[in-house]
Design a protein around this ligand. Structure first.
Ligand code: GLC
Length: 417
């Protein structure tokens, strides 16, 4: 298949393939590898210039406990996440699955078993969709850097990379996402043979979604460490660390709060995007308690308020709705959801709505809220004095309207037509 035919087939099949993902909103990223034993970030090998031979020793000392992936999957499901993406091989080059491409794998070293298979089985057990992260950049493979200037090395390295992708897409049943990362050191998709590689992945997994990090746009964009919407019509997923490191890093105290995670979910939903929030399990596979605690609380909140974020949401950012000092919006059909984060007291006023509100209620409880709507101002009345959401202080008010919600305020107190 030539490149043009490939791209038009990918475009033509995307709406069908991507529907579940666009309604899922929330996924778990899992970064787990040899680096967890050092606990100093997944880039530790590179940042501290640890020689390959010294780093390799970590392959034999790694002894994870039994089936930790079940803990991740249970936590993900409890947090309201609908899919998981796990590092099958990070930049360090250690393969977590049973591979024929190299001896440097979990099966042939310390763990003595296929950690990817355990992960896949755990996701299936908890009804989660399955993603494979796979790093193109490889600090361990002898051709991983040499491929940039040595043609024979490039050939060997591409065969290796494609062999890895082939195994991952052949040996584990249905896989839902292939998440490439870091296309160093080759400069173009041609040099990486990305068309060929991704066409193979799609042939083996016809329903799969592929991210944009093999130097091809493919199915979705991947803003990293910021939740920024793509232009309308382009799918996107913000990947975020929980504490500033993807890999296990117990020295980092910078955990995002429950409120921050909920805020990221709103921004994602307002831009029709997804949030892929990371955990970096400890060497034995257990999830840091800070993450467990926060994700459990997020899950409780999402259980009550999920309607405001899951499913076929509309854009609620930019031209559609305005910024507000007391909260922010998401929209689905004729309903606008106001995520109130700074509770004003018994009355909450919202200007500029260009639709008639038919009904207002507190989403978590279904309790109706009385209101008055005049020309340019909606005033919700009789609210509790304090924010009633005791999980994170984020109360969602659902406004059912007589049409698709729109808000126009502008900078002045008179709207200039
Ligand atoms: C970056 C980092 C990598 C991490 C990834 C997640 O590309 O190199 O360590 O896995 O982002 O998006």
């Amino acid at each position: 298949m030539d490149q043009e035919a490939y791209l038009s087939q990918v475009d033509a099949t995307r709406p069908e393939r991507i529907r579940w993902w666009q309604e899922a909103r929330f996924g778990m990223f899992v970064h787990w590898g040899l680096y967890a034993q050092l606990g100093r970030h997944e880039w530790v090998m590179n940042r501290e210039r640890i020689p390959v031979a010294e780093y390799e020793a970590l392959a034999d000392t790694w002894k994870p406990k039994e089936r930790p992936a079940r803990e991740w999957a249970r936590l993900a499901a409890r947090a309201g996440m609908k899919y998981v993406v796990m590092t099958t091989k990070h930049h360090e080059g250690f393969c977590l699955w049973d591979t024929e491409q190299t001896d440097y794998s979990a099966v042939r070293h310390g763990p003595g078993r296929d950690l990817v298979r355990e992960y896949v089985e755990a996701c299936r057990e908890y009804g989660l969709k399955i993603g494979f992260y796979h790093s193109l950049m490889d600090w361990h493979h002898p051709d991983g850097a040499r491929c940039a200037y040595d043609e024979a090395a490039r050939r060997r390295f591409l065969d290796y990379t494609q062999g890895c992708a082939r195994e991952l897409c052949t040996n584990y049943g249905q896989i839902d996402i292939f998440w490439h990362d870091v296309s160093w050191p080759l400069p173009t998709p041609e040099a990486w043979e990305s068309y060929k590689m991704n066409a193979m992945i799609r042939e083996l997994q016809p329903g799969i979604l592929i991210n944009n990090r093999s130097k091809l746009a493919e199915d979705f964009g991947t803003p990293e460490e910021h939740v920024t919407a793509a232009e309308e019509g382009r799918a996107w997923e913000a990947c975020m660390t929980f504490n500033g490191s993807w890999g296990y890093m117990p020295s980092s105290p910078d955990w995002r709060t429950v409120r921050e995670v909920i805020g990221m979910l709103r921004t994602a939903a307002a831009g029709q995007g997804n949030l892929l929030l990371n955990i970096g399990p400890a060497p034995d596979g257990s999830v840091p308690p800070e993450a467990v605690e926060r994700l459990t609380a997020v899950g409780k909140w999402v259980e009550r308020n999920g309607e405001a974020m899951y499913g076929a949401v509309d854009r609620a950012d930019r031209d559609r709705m305005e910024w507000m000092p007391t909260g922010g919006w998401t929209i689905k059909g004729n309903t606008a959801y106001y995520w109130c984060t700074r509770w004003p007291g018994p009355e909450l006023a919202i200007g500029g709505l260009r639709v008639k509100v038919l009904k207002a209620s507190i989403l978590a409880t279904g309790e109706p809220v009385s209101f008055e709507q005049t020309e340019n101002r909606l005033v919700l009345k009789g609210l509790p004095a304090m924010n009633p959401d005791e999980i994170a202080g984020v109360t969602v008010i659902a406004l059912e309207c007589d049409g698709p919600p729109r808000q126009v305020l502008g900078a002045g107190c008179v709207v200039l037509e």
